[in-house]
Every structure is written in C-alpha cells, then in structure tokens.
Design a protein. Structure first.
Length: 182
C-alpha cells in the first residue's frame, strides 16, 4: 500500500514540476499597443496557482538608445559622429544605405517586455532626420528598470513630459578622432 501512495505522490510532484516549467499564461495578443514613439511596455505574466514561478533571466537584445543620446543628434552630423553618439546600428539595409535602425528589446524575467526603435536617416552622408525616440527612457530610468531598484518612482515612459524635457539638456557631440584628422 505504501508504494502506491509513494508512486502517486511522485506522479503529482512530477506533474506540478512539468506545469511549473510551462507556467507562462500570457498570450501575444495581450501586448500593449505601440505609441507613436515606438516604445512599448507590456504587462507581467501570471504564475501557476499564484505561487509557482520558474526562474527566468532578463534578455536584452539590440541597441539601447536613451533620451540623452537622441538629444545630442543634430542635422548635419557625419556618420562617424552619429555612430559615436548612438553606437553601431543593429540594422543596416543594403537597399536603403541612408537609413540606420536602432532596435531594442528587453524581456524581463517577470514577463515585462520593453521595446523601442529609433531610425536615423542620412542625406549626402550627413544626418538628415531622426524618427522615433520622443518618449524614450533616460539612462537613470533604464538603470532603475534593469536593476529593479526601489529608489524613487518606477520608470515610466512618456509620463511627465514637462519634467522629462527639463532634465535633458542637449549637448554638442564630440567628433571621433578619425573624423577630425581629415
């Protein structure tokens, strides 16, 4: 008799462990709509039975572009200067060589996902205009988001525009040393 109870208990534990590994109940249709800036933050996933949560790592992909970085961009900058400010672009299309795309995706272990896209356009090898990036997080908001810091308010994207605009001061970009030697 004991062996039946032990076998049943092992079967229940194995079934719960199998279900805990597949506890993501979030469907892609539940994602938040993208605003005009291209920044999208989705909600958190639910756990199984309210207490079983498997460990999931944070996955960051692409180029993080902050509000401070976009504030440094001015029409007329060279490609080297834009690369110095924003980094190497994630996507360069051979059919549209005058466009660089900086895509970013952060999938937190708790199910929260943040995505953004900034596109930079060139004309005659000089910066013409930038699309996206109106409501990007600041660098401090991003650090709060990735470290789950409890200091201050939770990072919000596109929240208090007056405060956010007064914090960011455009700076003059510094040319890379290879661009000044020409």
């Amino acid at each position: 008799m004991k062996s039946r109870h032990q076998t049943a208990a092992i079967g229940v534990v194995a079934a719960l462990a199998l279900l805990a590994g597949c506890s993501s109940t979030k469907s892609p249709e539940q994602a938040a709509p993208t605003d005009t800036s291209g920044v999208k933050v989705t909600g958190k996933s639910n756990s199984l039975f309210g207490f079983l949560k498997p460990y999931r790592i944070d996955i960051q992909q692409g180029n993080f572009v902050s509000k401070e970085m976009v504030a440094q961009l001015r029409p007329g900058l060279t490609r080297d200067q834009v690369r110095f400010v924003l980094g190497t672009p994630l996507l360069t299309d051979m059919f549209h060589s005058n466009r660089w795309d900086y895509d970013f995706r952060l999938a937190k272990g708790n199910g929260e996902i943040m995505t953004s896209r900034v596109s930079v356009f060139f004309k005659d090898d000089l910066l013409d205009h930038v699309e996206g990036g109106e409501n990007l997080p600041t660098e401090s908001e991003y650090l709060t988001l990735i470290t789950d810091a409890k200091v201050g308010a939770k990072a919000s994207f596109g929240g208090d525009k007056d405060k956010a605009d007064s914090d960011v001061k455009p700076a003059s970009p510094v040319a890379p040393s290879s661009a000044t030697g020409k």
